[in-house]
Design a protein around this ligand. Sequence first.
Ligand code: PLP
Length: 400
Amino acid sequence: MMKMKKTNNGTKAVWAGEKDYLVHGATQVPVVLSVAYGYDDMDEWYEVAVGNKKGHIYGRNTNPTVQAFEDKVKALEGAESATSFSTGMAAISNTLSTFLLPGDRIVSIKDTYGGTNKIFTEFLPRLNIEVVLCETGDHEMIEEEVAKGCKILYLETPTNPTVKITDIKRMAKAGHDVGALVVVDNTFATPINQNPLELGVDLVLHSATKFLGGHADALGGVICGRKELIEKIYHYREINGATMDPMAAYLLLRGMKTLHLRVKKQCENAMKVARYLQTQELVEAVFYPGLETHPGHEIAKKQMKDFGGMFSFSVKGGVETMRQLLPKLKYANRAANLGAVETTVGPSRTTSHVECTPEERALMGIPEGLVRYSAGIEDVEDLIADLEQAFQSVSSEAKV
Ligand code: PLP
């Protein structure tokens, strides 16, 4: 018999997860808005309610459209199981709350997304959970801290916004040596570019709001991993209630059908724009793992299929230059979002790390004049021409 080849992620983005949810011969998954599911047979109702039989009871627990979304992400990440949330932050907070108890210790890095960093610095310590934040990219330091024992090793790679890279395989080993759960936020990379479960971690999560949905019109979060772990996280979420909305699930599901195409174009555009920015006089530094000068370039090459659609750059003259430059761009939304089909730019001090003080941002290596750039799927010549005219007008204003 001919051996079936493993299905690639582009095909999975289009097809995976949907078949079980199609009804009436429809080729697309329906949006099931019903809050509750009715049963005439009291025994069947009971069996479904206690989980002995497949089915749905109440929308806070499960919903067919939401499950189709989970099944597609599960296939893309090559996971046994997945569960979803109302937002990416809910995925992070619910996962941490599922496993961490007072007295536990968690090791992470300084450069996680601002909201995640707030959980580490504000909310976990008040529950008597010790949080150790290591220098991002300092693998020896992370290994040393992990070796002292921890319940969770939490990573994000590439990081938001300075796109620092951590060696996932190496960190998975360090975590497992002390019996820790290793969790990776894969939002920036997407499952098209990086599959942390294949690299040995236990749980991979996404803000589905970003690249997975890709159209900046639906919020969501998702986590994938072994069934026994996901069941625990699902249970925490079903009781605490951060459930994904079925309409959001539908929009995210539809967005994911083009995930591979969008991400491919976004990677190409990010690389070309980053290289262009390196040649600009007003640009101080460009942070993109695809550039040979990036300290994480070699590790990124090893663990990522492509370098992603996200980068950041700092400008000479800091906030003042940024204040002049960004409003001049025609083909960019100035907004606190990323991963959309439209190019999106924003100062990190106003977007990803608005929750942090300038001192905290400085500690994370985020200059006040840092611009986060999420490459869209436009024609790259237009994006470069747009930046060119913006730089020219800033320079001429500066000369006046
Ligand atoms: N993780 C990363 C890397 C992010 O960039 C974000 C949001 O910007 C989140 C998590 C949180 O996601 P959400 O806004 O969907 O709660």
